[in-house]
Design a protein around this ligand. Structure first.
Ligand code: SF4
Length: 605
């Protein structure tokens, strides 16, 4: 018996309004496991090459993995898989909360959505059945109100809901999807893909169980892993501090994005760091089956933003919505976080885009005529707090910024592309590569643009012993490191949370125990590499080549100011050296295309 899977895929054709279910392709499951692997496989096979991401031709997939919904610790995650409207690359974007487990309990491993509904709808999935329901009266509502009204309509408080807000409806390219109010598939514009399909929300409720081949052995294994590998020093930071605890470490390393990546340290970091967030903490929140519970439910107690209640802000929001915009009022950042959550905006890309606009304003490239009269300077809370609304509703300069920094710079011109900080159109997360050169390679080769969740050399270069300024060993680290691309692929095929630092051995043990297949460490390494290469094939098919695997002008040319990396750039020579080595180690040609031999070796040819 193969365990871990519900065994069914739900198909939804929004154009015809029909839903159907089919058996999960078990041949593919064995080759790609689930989550990132299966999501990528279905997307690769079913998306027309060069499809417009915001057209009915784009395919939108929700996929879980064999551990989701079981007793395995931190295996609560699931993701959307689609073609990104921000980057035109493959996109996977992971969510926490309970919806993934609920989908399995409803009898489905994944949902494949195609076409476009004539009118706004939401998808209601429960216990092996699915239907599209009218969402006319929900269109235009923010995500919190949408969530409330769907719960009322369904008369079930326990239903799990993924929804978009006005940003997704208005096809803002950095629109996110929010689950159960506080958890997001943030990056890459999945919310705009849902908006383009007139799909306002997905609501799920299930009551079935998940079988594994030997329940006693499985529980014994997961208990052992919980005790000896999860609740340990490597992961307990998530339980005690959550991600805000990173801020001081990143500041000390001199890689905290500040003033649109002009500086690597923030003079007001103390106002927005982990200790500051602890002062507004109400309680911790966890995803399904997670003993770490990294979520901080917080409330601002005083000042103009008193009463603001959010789960957050997490490190990325503090960095990109805080220091990068030169904002050090924690209340304002919390309010920004809440606005983004309700409007359905990715706090990382939105923060970077506001910071980019602030620099444009200070350089005189845009004026008050463009900003609705706002004095859009770095650190100006009054203007900053208006920006999420302008972007989500595409008002004034918000209409241009809603396209992301790459397209905004193309429209604004006047060499603003020199400080538009992105890779392939995806704005940078919170780690400055001029003080962690491996991150330059990690961002450039990431499958969805600048992303810290494909490989994270910061751990070795800034928090560990590796030299953060030399190129030696960085290609190896990015591909094969303990937080490298291949391991991430395997981990996200199961799907295990990013914050549990799981190693290959437990990946193999858990995958075997859940499915009943005898999967060794080498098998899982091969599967991880296979997934990464399949996604590379997707991006190559979309026209991406070596010229796109590049870091932005600012990182290559403008010396960083302040902190340990003061004066550093990543030279083109160093960057190309790492990239050549990376392609060679990957078994790709000089243009970054997987060779026939490599594809054969991975069973992809
Ligand atoms: S560590 Fe945090 S994000 Fe990960 S599963 Fe636990 S609560 Fe969710």
């Amino acid at each position: 018996m193969v365990g871990g899977y519900a065994g069914k895929i739900l198909r939804v054709n929004l154009s015809s309004g029909k839903t159907s279910s089919e058996d999960l392709n078990m041949e593919w499951a064995k080759l790609f496991i689930g989550g990132k692997g299966l999501g990528a496989k279905y997307l690769y096979e079913e998306t027309k090459p060069k499809a417009d991401p915001l057209s009915p031709d784009n395919v939108f997939i929700l996929m879980t993995g064999p551990l989701v919904g079981t007793t395995a610790p931190c295996a609560s995650k699931y993701a959307i898989y689609t073609k990104s409207p921000l980057t035109n690359t493959f996109l996977d974007s992971y969510m926490g909360g309970y919806l993934g487990a609920e989908l399995k309990f409803a009898g489905f491993d994944g949902v494949i959505i195609k076409g476009k509904a004539e009118k706004p709808v939401y998808l209601w999935i429960t216990d092996g059945k699915a239907e599209l329901r009218d969402a006319k009266d929900l269109w235009g509502l923010d995500i919190h109100e949408t969530d409330k009204q769907i719960r009322e309509k369904l008369g079930d408080k326990e239903v799990k809901i993924a929804a978009i807000g006005p940003a997704g409806e208005n096809l803002v390219r950095m629109a996110c999807i929010t689950v159960d109010l506080y958890r997001q598939a943030g990056r890459g514009g999945g919310g705009a893909v849902m908006g383009s399909k007139n799909l306002k929300a997905i609501a799920v409720r299930g009551h079935q169980g998940i079988s594994v081949p030997n329940i006693e052995e499985f529980v014994k294994l997961t208990n052992d892993i919980m005790k000896n590998d999860v609740l340990t020093e490597d992961n307990l930071w998530a339980k005690t501090d959550g991600t805000p605890g990173f801020l001081q470490m990143v500041q000390e390393g001199g890689i905290l994005p500040t003033r649109n990546f002009q500086m690597g340290i923030f003079e007001h970091a103390d106002d927005i760091d982990g200790d500051a967030v602890k002062k507004i903490l109400i309680r911790r929140r966890a995803c399904y089956g997670c003993p770490l519970g990294c979520g901080n439910l917080t409330q601002i107690k005083e000042g103009p933003f008193a009463g603001t209640l959010i789960e957050g802000p997490d490190y990325e929001t503090l960095a990109l919505g805080g220091s990068n915009c030169y904002i050090h009022d924690l209340g304002a950042i919390a309010k920004y976080n809440l606005l983004c959550d309700k409007l359905g905006l990715d706090t990382i890309s939105t923060g970077d885009t506001i910071a980019f606009a602030m620099e444009c304003y200070e350089k005189g490239l845009i004026t008050k005529k463009d900003t609705n009269g706002l004095e859009l300077t770095f650190g100006n809370v009054e203007a900053y707090i208006e920006m999420p609304n302008l972007i989500a509703y595409r008002k004034a300069i918000g209409d241009i910024l809603a396209e992301g920094v790459k397209r905004a710079a193309e429209k604004i011109g006047k060499e603003s592309n020199r400080f538009a900080v992105h890779v392939k159109g995806l704005e940078f997360p919170g780690y400055e590569p001029r003080g962690s050169i491996g991150m330059a390679l990690a961002y450039a080769t990431s499958d969805r643009g600048a992303c810290h969740m494909r490989s994270w050399p910061v751990n070795d270069e800034v928090f560990g012993d590796m030299d953060p300024f030399t190129t030696e060993g960085k290609a190896q680290l990015v591909i094969h490191g303990g937080i490298g691309q291949n391991l991430y692929c395997a981990k996200w095929s199961l799907v295990v949370c990013d914050f549990y630092a799981i190693g290959w051995e437990n990946i193999a043990k858990l995958a075997s125990a859940a499915t009943g297949w005898d999967l060794s460490v080498d098998d899982m390494k091969l599967i991880g590499e296979r997934i990464w290469n399949l996604i590379r094939l997707f991006n190559v098919r979309e026209g991406f080549t070596r010229k796109d695997d590049i870091i932005p002008y600012r990182i290559l040319n403008d010396p960083l100011k302040g902190g340990k990396a003061d004066g550093h750039v990543v030279t083109l020579e160093d960057f190309n050296k790492m990239l050549d080595e990376y392609y060679k180690l990957r078994g790709w040609d000089k243009e970054g295309r997987p060779t026939k031999e490599k594809l054969k070796e991975l069973g992809l040819a």
